[in-house]
Write a protein that binds this ligand. Structure first.
Ligand code: ADP
Ligand code: MG
Length: 368
């Protein structure tokens, strides 16, 4: 196990015309479980292949603890990688497939057997050990591939690239909790790639969010939910995602149309220059009141989704959609006007998609 440090690492597939991965500096800390989360095409596989050595980055250097590995091929990096689709010796038995990475590295015979049986038990493969891999369905083959990735006790890291894509949905949950269990037992550094926020949030100690080749935020699940640093994190995480409402800073006050919703506080508590800004607030924190509140904004209700456990009240503020999540049985009706309140401690301000500050109380200023 090692800290894996990327120093200005970036990759271009087209001779520098575009970055598939923009140069980034980041350390994957030893023994942590990470999720690498982002939509299809954002650079997740590129980043994983750079760490494992399948791909040499266009720029930057990679370190495993104090050892530079930038030019070291995969075989010299001691990484286990599990791909999206099964990678197996089809003519070998499940047992031999699981044993292969260990025999290849000259583990003693009894340790091979012990490790294979341990992994097979964890992944529910005991009854299939003698079966030829070719005879398994793709989902089972993928579980064997997963086992091959997890069977070695000494690895710098285990990289999993959307490993449960071809696995039956009912099995996915079981396997993901097994992975967590295995992580607790072995203390391996795990990097789990997914485009699914639920998978990422339920699996990882820390989630790294990638968008268009750029790492936009890394943090614990709660941090990404409560304190998004980038608009992308606001709308990619959460269901529905964060509301983004265009506003204007005038004389330090954040205005939506004619309504003042608070004052603007910069990241270090100072003010923000005047001009356009976007207010970001999650549906969970928007408060709906029938009467005009100060500060608050008028909102026309356009529809209500009754979700059973809660309601989603869809509104328009100044022509822009804003959703509020309320307790079930909301009394809101379509085509009525409600007032929305944005709590300061949960409302952020964004410029050029990046968080530049947050909302602060109006400090006794009267609403316009
Ligand atoms: N071998 C390749 N040659 C050229 N372009 C590639 C290659 N692999 C990936 N890309 C491009 O790089 C970008 C990132 O791809 P990838 O890392 O596979 O994303 P993800 O795994 O997040 O879906 C995409 O625009 C993709 O089309
Ligand atoms: Mg990929």
């Amino acid at each position: 196990m090692a800290d894996i440090r990327l120093e200005g690492v970036g990759h271009s597939y087209d001779g520098g015309a575009t970055w598939a991965l923009k140069p980034m500096t980041w350390t994957w800390r030893s023994a942590r479980a990470y999720a690498l989360l982002g939509p299809s095409g954002c650079g997740k596989t590129t980043l994983l292949n750079i760490i494992s050595g399948l791909l040499t980055p266009t720029v930057g250097r990679i370190w495993f603890d104090d050892r530079e590995v930038t030019g070291v091929p995969t075989a010299g990096r001691n990484i286990a990688q599990v791909f999206q689709f099964p990678v197996l010796y089809e003519e070998m038995s499940v047992y031999d497939n699981l044993a292969f990475p260990l025999r290849n590295r000259k583990y003693p015979k009894n340790e091979v057997d012990q490790r294979v049986r341990q992994v097979s038990r964890l992944l529910g493969l005991d009854d299939l050990l003698r079966r030829r891999s070719r005879r398994l369905d793709p989902g089972r083959q993928q579980i064997v591939s997963l086992g091959r990735g997890l069977v070695r006790s000494q690895v710098a890291a285990v990289l999993l690239d959307e490993p449960l894509t071809v696995v039956d949905p009912a099995l996915k949950w079981t396997l993901r909790s097994k992975l967590k269990e295995i992580h607790r037992d072995t203390g391996h550094t795990l990097i789990y790639v997914t485009h699914d926020q639920t998978e990422a949030l339920t699996f990882a100690d820390e989630v790294v969010v990638l968008n268009e080749g750029e790492m936009v935020q890394a943090g614990e699940p709660a941090e990404l939910f409560l304190s998004p640093a980038h608009e992308f994190v606001g709308h990619f995480i959460g269901s529905p995602g964060m509301n983004m409402l265009p506003a204007e800073i005038v004389g330090g006050v954040v205005c939506v149309g004619q309504a003042d919703v608070g004052t603007a506080a910069g990241q270090s508590g100072d003010g923000l220059p005047p001009g356009p800004v976007r207010i970001g607030v999650r549906p969970e924190f928007v408060r709906v009141t029938g009467a005009r509140t100060s500060p608050g904004v008028a909102a026309r209700v356009t529809g209500i989704d009754r979700m059973g456990a809660y309601d989603l009240v869809h509104t328009r503020v100044n022509g822009h959609p804003v959703i509020a999540r309320t307790a079930a049985g909301s009394a809101c009706r379509p085509d009525t006007v409600e007032f929305l309140h944005f709590p300061e401690e949960r409302t952020f301000l964004f410029r050029d998609e990046v968080r530049c500050g947050s909302l602060a109380p109006l400090n006794g200023r009267d609403q316009a």
